[in-house]
Write a protein that binds this ligand. Structure first.
Ligand SMILES: [Zn+2]
Length: 292
C-alpha cells in the first residue's frame, strides 16, 4: 500500500486510523439526486449508493519539510469517552503502530498541527499511560488556533459537555507545549498556516510549497461532492455560510496554485487537484496514493 508521496523537496505520508460511514442526509443542502448525478466522482471510494452513506477516513498527514517532522491533525485517539458520537466512543486502533511502521518515532515530531479543535482532530495529541493522559509527541510544539481555543473553552459560545471532555483528555494535558496562533503562522520556509474560518471559528489550512504545492485543509471539505457543490454545508459546520465562502476561497487559491488538496477525511487516493471553471470547480486528477 503506497501511502507516501514526494512533493518537490517535501514528503507527505498518510497514516490511517480508521474508517466510518455516516448518512448522506448530514449534507442537508445536497438533494438525494445530486449524489447519483455525481456518481462518476463519488463511487466507489466516497459514497455507498445502496446504503445512502458517505465514507469517511480518519487519518493524519505527516509532512517532512525543511528538516521538520510535522503531524497534521491527530485523529480520534484511543480510549476516549465520546458517548454522543458512538462510532468514536472508546475507539481502539493500532494508529501508533501504523505511525511507527511508516518510519516515524513520536519523539522525533517537531510540530503537531491541530487544524481545529474538534474531537477527531486532536485525539492522538495524547494517549493513556497508567491512567493518565500524557502527550503522544513529547518533544513537539502543538500549534492550536486561538479562535477555537477561545470558542470551545470556558465561557466560549462553543462550550458544552462534549467539548469539555475533549479539552480535558486531548488539549489540556499538552498545555505546556501549545502555541496559540491567529492571523498567519509561518512554520518554516515551506510551511505556512492560514485561517479558514467557517467549519469552526479557528479552522485553518496548512500550505506546503517545497517546489510542488499542496494544502492540508482539515475539515474545509468532508466529501468531494462539495467540490462540485461548494455551497453545500455539512452538519458539522459551525457557521455553514462562512464555511461555504471559505471553501470557495481556498478551492480557488488551490486551483490557481495547482496545489494538491489534502482533506482530513477523504478516503480514496488522498486528495484532489482542483480546477476552476468559471465559478465552478472540478477534480482534474488525484494524488498518487493507493485508493483506500
Ligand atoms: Zn473532522
Amino acid at each position: 500500500m503506497n501511502n507516501r508521496l514526494t512533493l518537490g523537496g517535501a514528503c507527505v505520508t498518510r497514516v490511517v486510523e480508521t474508517h466510518i460511514q455516516m448518512r448522506t442526509s448530514l449534507f442537508a443542502d445536497t438533494p438525494a439526486h445530486a449524489w447519483a448525478d455525481n456518481a462518476d466522482l463519488l463511487e466507489p471510494s466516497f459514497w455507498d449508493r445502496d446504503g445512502e452513506l458517505w465514507r469517511i477516513a480518519m487519518q493524519s498527514w505527516v509532512v517532512e519539510a525543511d528538516g521538520l517532522l510535522v503531524v497534521v491533525d491527530t485523529g480520534v485517539g484511543n480510549d476516549r469517552d465520546r458517548p454522543h458520537m458512538p462510532p468514536l466512543h472508546h475507539l481502539s486502533t493500532d494508529f501508533l503502530a501504523q505511525f511507527s511502521a511508516a518510519g516515524f518515532d513520536p519523539a522525533d515530531v517537531d510540530v503537531v498541527v491541530n487544524t481545529h479543535l474538534h474531537t477527531d482532530h486532536v485525539g492522538w495529541n495524547t494517549h493513556l499511560v497508567d491512567g493518565r493522559w500524557v502527550p503522544t509527541f513529547p518533544n513537539a510544539r502543538y500549534v492550536v488556533p486561538e479562535a477555537d481555543h477561545r470558542f470551545f473553552g470556558p465561557g466560549g459560545d462553543g462550550e458544552n459537555d462534549g467539548m469539555r471532555t475533549v479539552l480535558a483528555d486531548s488539549v489540556i494535558p499538552v498545555t505546556d507545549q501549545i502555541q496559540l496562533w491567529s492571523d498567519d503562522l509561518q512554520l518554516s520556509p515551506s510551511l505556512r498556516l492560514r485561517p479558514a474560518a467557517g467549519h469552526t471559528p479557528g479552522s485553518s489550512v496548512l500550505w506546503l510549497d517545497a517546489g510542488s504545492p499542496a494544502v492540508f485543509v482539515g475539515d474545509l471539505t468532508h466529501c468531494p461532492i462539495q467540490i462540485r457543490r461548494p455551497d453545500d454545508a455539512c452538519a458539522f459546520d459551525v457557521d455553514p455560510v462562512a464555511a461555504g465562502g471559505t471553501r470557495r476561497r481556498v478551492f480557488a487559491e488551490a486551483a490557481q496554485a495547482r496545489a494538491t488538496v489534502f482533506p482530513a477525511h477523504y478516503p480514496g487516493h488522498g486528495g484532489p487537484v482542483i480546477v476552476a471553471i468559471g465559478d465552478a470547480f472540478d477534480v482534474s486528477n488525484w494524488a498518487g496514493l493507493d485508493a483506500i
